[in-house]
Design a binder for this molecule. Structure first.
Ligand code: ATP
Ligand code: MG
Length: 345
């Protein structure tokens, strides 16, 4: 099946792309509960970090994942890569249920899924040279026949991420944050992946280099046809890069929509508040906590019904505090989904 992905970009605006429709990777009804002890003598409680989430990433798509700290974004990212064993639910990659394939098949598929981490300081082994860091995956998956071929591959990867091949024999501490993140990206690309989970890939970087790294990620996905799950709390970055956006609250997806739709017409009261916290042109950022009552509740003791109801300006007594709303299509084409009993009109 052929797939067209017409891309256009004007000088400053966000990336505009015709949507692709084929699914690359999906989680279906996936949950991750962590047993945690809250007291010496009490039995472990279950912390519902991710609770019954179904979400798919299409081929060549960037799916953004946003939400407050502790809402379960990183846990969901790890579930997508099967770095965590799910408590319930499954991951389907390129049509294969990852829980039903052999260890050898899983190893082979692992090559096609990679992760880029938030902190380019701790994610690179300080004792390994850049060459070794980038070549590790090439060696594990035997992607080069000779040492020379391996070196050539590493050199090409470094060039691809905007570094010069002569940095190969240096150590991570000799580089700036932005350069280290480029090394992290080269390491992820080394095994020719299709799908990359980017977990806050620019949050630890100076604001001045964030845009460069975001643009690099954007160019790479364009040129290499990659799909990303892009986790970020920076809505400006999400607006720039993502095709669709999922909003998480306390372990659940509360809204899912094409980017422009979500930013222009958020339907979940929580998304509505999130959008109001986006910095304005003058750089004044309204804090979420100011816009919402109190802190988010603990995932150890989520409120009954809709977990957002205690902070929600549109909560309906007797409904929102009782029934958990399902993520359901709102609007004609089914692309915009919201889990809310009383969505923003
Ligand atoms: N290994 C673990 N054991 C116990 N609890 C965990 C574990 N990992 C995460 N959690 C808890 O699960 C919830 C979700 O955590 P997660 O790191 O996925 O959130 P997040 O949305 O990525 O937050 P942040 O924006 O701060 O990175 C939190 O309450 C967290 O404390
Ligand atoms: Mg996280």
């Amino acid at each position: 099946m052929s797939e067209t992905n017409t891309v256009s970009r004007d000088a400053t605006g966000p990336i505009v792309r015709e949507k692709s429709t084929r699914t690359l990777v999906a989680v279906e009804g996936i949950s991750k509960y962590f047993p945690v002890r809250t007291g010496f003598f009490s039995p472990p409680d279950l912390l519902r970090a991710v609770d019954h989430v179904s979400l798919r990433v299409r081929k060549r798509e960037v799916l953004g994942l946003v939400g407050e700290s502790g809402s379960g974004k990183s846990t969901l990212g790890r579930l997508f890569l099967r770095l965590y064993e799910p408590t319930a639910g499954k991951v389907v990659f390129d049509g294969k249920d990852l829980s039903r394939i052999t260890a050898a098949e899983l190893r082979a598929l692992r090559r096609r899924m990679q992760m880029i981490f938030q902190d380019p300081y701790s994610s690179l082994n300080p004792r390994m040279r850049i060459r070794e860091i980038v070549a590790e995956g090439i060696q594990i998956h035997k992607l080069a026949k000779t040492k020379r071929e391996e070196t050539e591959r590493v050199a090409a990867l470094l060039t691809k991420v905007g570094l010069t091949p002569d940095v190969m024999d240096r150590l991570p501490h000799e580089f700036s944050g932005g350069q280290r993140q480029r090394v992290g990206i080269a390491r992820a690309l080394a095994v020719d992946p299709d799908f990359i989970v980017c977990d806050e890939p620019v949050s630890a970087l100076d604001v001045s280099v964030q845009a460069q790294v975001v643009n690099l990620l954007s160019d790479l996905r364009e040129n290499l046809g990659l799909s990303y799950l892009f986790i970020s709390h920076d809505l400006r970055v999400v607006q720039h890069l993502c095709d669709r956006v999922a909003v998480m609250y306390l372990g659940r997806v509360v809204e899912l929509a094409p980017r422009d739709e979500l930013f222009e017409h958020p339907r979940h009261p929580y998304t509505d508040v999130l959008m109001n916290a986006v910095p304005s042109v003058s750089g004044q950022k309204k804090k979420l906590a100011v816009l919402l009552d109190g802190e988010p509740p603990s995932p150890l003791r989520p409120p009954p019904g809709c977990a957002f109801h205690p902070r929600c300006p549109r909560a309906i007594k007797g409904t929102c505090d009782k029934d958990v709303p399902k993520l359901e299509a709102i609007g004609p084409d089914g692309e915009h989904r919201v889990a809310c009993h009383n969505p923003v009109p």
